[in-house]
Design a protein around this ligand. Structure first.
Ligand code: MN
Ligand code: MN
Length: 465
């Protein structure tokens, strides 16, 4: 070994993607980002993202009509989670490859009985969903997305605030002149109480009505437009999200700011990697997008549901086999999963929360995260070294730019993903996603280079023989 080659051969060195690529690759990165931005703007909630994924999948020949003649299948779980399946050359009983991500994002949900009037303003009570910093949500334009299930079962879809001509909604913060006592000396976590996250939604009273005349006017408008009565709010899922569209950031346009990179960036790269497969993969390949990750993967649309067993069972039956517990457990043990979720890139203003050797950098490619959790790896899937090695080899062979990462310094904080729920089935699983800045803020930041490397990584994983 030559002396100057020693370091090159022995040392691990992560590389800035932009320094490694040629003009053709740069164009591919920028073109891909344009399509991703459309996906972000079209789907701001779990339901909308699932609808988008179905639409894109159908264009690629995927179908919801499950039959043994079809190789490209769509399974939707209650409109909030989706699995796209490309059946492989090998039997499903030989195992599958899955990239799992989630399409729910932190937001404000309306309470079950949200509408009230105070000081001649109509307001809506909210209950935040997922890990938010409450001050992020004050005085910014918000849109209402979701469904209202009316008396009798009819469902009305609602999306107000995205169109330039739509009204928007907002929470009004107190002015700095008067915040001395109510905010200024308080801890940041206590300065904005959750019960003050109330949305202003109107101010015109119904004439002649004396009590709650503004509230009544809002109900009148909702009834005329959607047929809603107040009790219908109780069977509704209405979510307040930022109205912002995904935008390029920087003089060089190398970054994208958007609501919900976490985790639509891994969701989009997972499904488009599946679409990019030129022929039948060796192993059945699955992109699965869950709901409820931000609240612990709970409920029957989150990663803890048994839905995976249901559609894997369907796939076994398509081959004329019995999906009993033994067969299913066996095939899970032969399967592997990239748990696609965003990682926390080093923020130059807060370097002190990261341990630099193990923190992902923006622009350095997809992050491989062996373990997540908090404190002593509590609540973590700690990927098996053998599996990490095989993923690493796959990435290196396919010229995927990747880096290692963990979520901040030890004992600095922590968090989890769907990884531990996937690995419970016996599936080899590792967290593997795109680094972002400002995670869980209403306008997160990601690099176009890292977006594209994530796509390449998932494609390489699906393509492996
Ligand atoms: Mn996430
Ligand atoms: Mn998250």
């Amino acid at each position: 070994m030559k002396k100057d080659a020693l370091g090159k051969n022995l040392k691990y060195e992560r590389k800035n993607v932009w320094k490694e690529i040629n003009d053709k690759e740069k164009k591919a990165i920028f073109d891909y980002a344009e399509e991703y931005k459309k996906f972000l703007d079209e789907g701001k909630t779990e339901r909308e993202s699932v609808e988008c994924a179905v639409k894109l999948a159908k264009k690629q020949g995927y179908t919801e009509k499950i039959s043994k003649e079809k190789d490209k299948l769509i399974f939707v779980n209650k409109g909030k989670a989706i699995a796209l399946v490309y059946r492989g050359k090998k039997s499903i009983t030989e195992g599958f490859r899955v990239v799992g991500a989630h399409v729910d994002s932190p937001r404000l949900d309306l309470k079950a009985n949200p509408l009230y009037e105070d000081e001649d303003l109509a307001l809506l009570k909210t209950h935040y969903y997922g890990g938010i910093k409450k001050y992020h949500w004050l005085n910014r334009p918000l849109a209402i997305h979701g469904v209202v299930c009316l008396k009798g079962g009819k469902t009305v879809k609602i999306s107000i605030g995205e169109d330039q001509n739509d009204p928007v909604f907002l929470i009004s913060d107190i002015l700095p002149h008067l915040s001395y006592n109510v905010q200024n000396d308080k801890k940041i976590t206590e300065a904005i109480p959750a019960e003050k996250l109330n949305i202003i939604c109107g101010s015109i009273p119904v004439l002649k009505e004396e009590k709650e005349a503004v509230k009544l006017n809002i109900l009148k408008i909702l009834n005329e437009k959607y047929g809603i009565i107040e009790e219908d709010f109780m069977s509704a899922e209405l979510e307040l999200v930022p109205t912002y569209k995904a935008r390029d950031v920087g003089f060089d346009r190398s970054l994208i700011a958007a609501y919900g990179h976490d985790d639509r960036i891994c969701a989009y790269t997972a499904i488009t990697a599946l679409f990019a497969l030129k022929s039948k993969p060796e192993y059945t390949s699955i992109a699965i997008l869950f709901d409820k990750e931000e609240i612990g993967s709970e409920g029957n649309t989150g990663a803890q549901t048994r839905w995976l067993l249901e559609f894997i069972g369907d796939l076994i039956k398509l081959e004329g086999k019995e999906p009993n517990e033994y067969v299913t457990t066996k095939l899970f043990a032969k399967s592997s999963c990239l748990s696609g979720d965003v990682s926390a890139g080093i923020n130059p203003d807060y370097k002190e929360v990261h341990e630099r050797n193990n923190a992902p950098k923006i622009g350095y490619g997809i992050t491989l995260v062996k373990f997540t959790g908090s404190r002593g790896k509590g609540g973590s899937n700690d990927a098996n070294a053998e599996f990490v090695s095989s993923v690493r080899d796959t990435f290196n062979k396919n010229n995927v730019r990747w880096q290692v990462g963990e979520l901040g310094k030890v004992d600095e904080g922590g968090g989890g993903t769907i990884a531990k729920f996937m690995s419970k089935y016996g599936i080899e699983t590792i967290d593997c996603g795109t680094p972002v800045l400002g995670m869980h803020s209403p306008y997160e930041l990601a690099s176009k280079a890292d977006l594209y490397e994530t796509f390449k990584a998932y494609l390489a994983f699906f393509s492996e023989k």
